[in-house]
Design a protein around this ligand. Structure first.
Ligand code: AMP
Length: 442
């Protein structure tokens, strides 16, 4: 399969050749012809599958081939994304794809001054990438009008709902022309997403490139059990022992990010952090330095790291497990991208066992555990089973007191070890000592 066979025009093919995209990924092979044919689309595709080009290429082509010139303060295609970082990233990709096309593109998001965005929109923009909150601000101030919108893309729709953008999305829909083409991309398909799809899409083509709610198979995943307070120490130990090169680390809270970055810096490691409390410019700088490999370790919260695309990222470490199990899939989707292999290591303490079980239920896979000899936890992380459930172990029988042990099992065991003649079913006799065997629950 080639991009030319999918029906893409020459200026796009030239841009792809320059980017070294030789073969369409499965989501691209399925989505591009459907979008070019004008169909609505509902795609289950996580990041790393090439979904951005999957929607951007045909959208750019349709904008080039059809429709009137964009009017001032108007847009012709709208790509909604959940975070600022993703807006920047999607827009950077789109600019590359659109290099030889006579189209204008732009990205707007919160956390930065609105005035330059208003100025830019004055001329009109063919394709606008936006986060929902800032888009509505601009709309309410008449800086952007939706009358010319012919295409809408909801990228990472599940994440937009997780981040509480449901109302903003409703408000945007209400303001858009009814006649339009809509494409919805989501890594996971919850009931809420299906409702959203029901509202936004008409007779959509359905594209599914990886089984529902499964993590990328190219990522080797495992868990290291550890006591909570020893996580930083274990992290340093593994960093040195396994000679980690570039690592993206996820921590649960903003505070957690700052503390780990500080600790790593104290140890002389080149680390930086991104989270929602840091200004956008600082976040972008940290990300750029990480991409340029000037920073070895980037520690992030889920929101800040959403949609990061870093070439050849070999390793993701979950310093804390995510509270929402779906985030695990998003996190490990940062490695093993575009067919490369990657590793995802989770440092898990006893408190997190329910989160681990939820992840295992979602991914339908029990994550293998590797204990680090010097870090075996005092608070054991309970076992989980193939259904992702915490296995409640039967209570251990009480240890017999010294005196009774000598009279009972202890002496029996001692003598049994010296017996050369086989006993008649000795094991069956033992349980009578404490009232019968306790069966493990299935
Ligand atoms: P995405 O899932 O859109 O975030 O894309 C993941 C990565 O794959 C990005 O770095 C893209 O530049 C890259 N990519 C997307 N499509 C292709 C392709 N057909 N060939 C090679 N790389 C691709």
């Amino acid at each position: 399969m080639t991009f030319a066979k999918l029906g893409l025009i020459e200026p796009l093919l030239r841009a792809l050749q320059h980017l070294d995209y030789n073969t369409p990924t499965p989501v691209q092979a399925q989505a591009i012809p459907a979008v070019l044919a004008g169909r609505d689309l509902m795609a289950a595709a996580q990041t790393g599958t090439g979904k951005t080009a999957g929607f951007a290429l045909p959208v750019l082509q349709r904008l080039t081939m059809e429709g009137a010139k964009v009017a001032s303060n108007s847009i012709r295609a709208l790509v909604l994304v959940p975070t600022r970082e993703l807006a920047e990233q999607v827009h950077a990709n789109i600019r590359e794809y659109a290099e030889h096309l006579p189209l204008s593109t732009y990205a707007v998001y919160g956390g930065v001054s609105i005035n330059p965005q208003m100025m830019q929109l004055r001329r009109g923009v063919d394709l606008l990438v936006a986060t929902p909150g800032r888009l509505l601000d601009l709309y309410r101030q008449n800086a952007v009008k939706f009358g010319q919108v012919q295409m809408l893309v909801l990228d990472e729709a599940d994440r937009m709902l997780d981040l509480g953008f449901a109302e903003e999305l409703q408000a945007v829909y209400a303001a858009l022309p009814r006649k339009r083409q809509t494409l919805l991309f989501s890594a996971t398909f919850s009931d809420e997403i299906r409702v959203l799809a029901g509202l936004a899409l008409i007779d959509p083509v359905s594209v599914q490139v990886s089984p529902r709610n499964t993590a990328a198979t190219t990522v080797k995943q495992w868990v290291v059990p550890v006591d909570k307070k020893r996580k930083p120490e274990l992290f340093m130990h593994l960093l040195r022992k396994q000679r980690w090169s570039q690592v993206l680390v996820f921590a649960k809270t903003r505070n957690g990010v700052d503390q780990l970055v500080e600790r790593l810096r104290e140890e002389g490691v080149n680390a930086d952090g991104i989270h929602g409390d840091r200004p956008q410019a600082t976040r972008q700088r940290a990300l750029d330095s990480f991409k340029a490999r000037e920073v070895q370790i980037l520690v992030a919260t889920d929101v800040a790291a959403r949609g990061l695309d870093i070439d050849d990222l070999p390793l993701v470490v979950n310093f804390d497990l995510p509270i929402v199990a779906e985030d695990y899939i998003h996190r490990i989707g940062r490695t093993g991208r575009a067919g490369n292999t990657g590793e995802a290591i989770s440092l898990v303490c006893a408190d997190e066992v329910n989160m681990l079980a939820a992840i295992e239920t979602l991914t339908r896979k029990v994550l293998p555990r590797h204990e680090e000899p010097d870090f075996v936890p005092d608070h054991r992380v309970p076992e989980t089973d193939a259904n992702g459930q915490v296995v409640k172990k039967p209570k251990k029988p009480k240890k017999p007191k010294e005196s009774s042990a000598k009279r009972g099992l202890g002496r029996w065991m001692d003598s049994a070890e010296n017996i050369t003649e086989p006993l008649v079913k000795p094991v069956r006799r033992v349980p009578t000592f404490n009232g019968g065997p306790k069966k493990r629950k299935p």
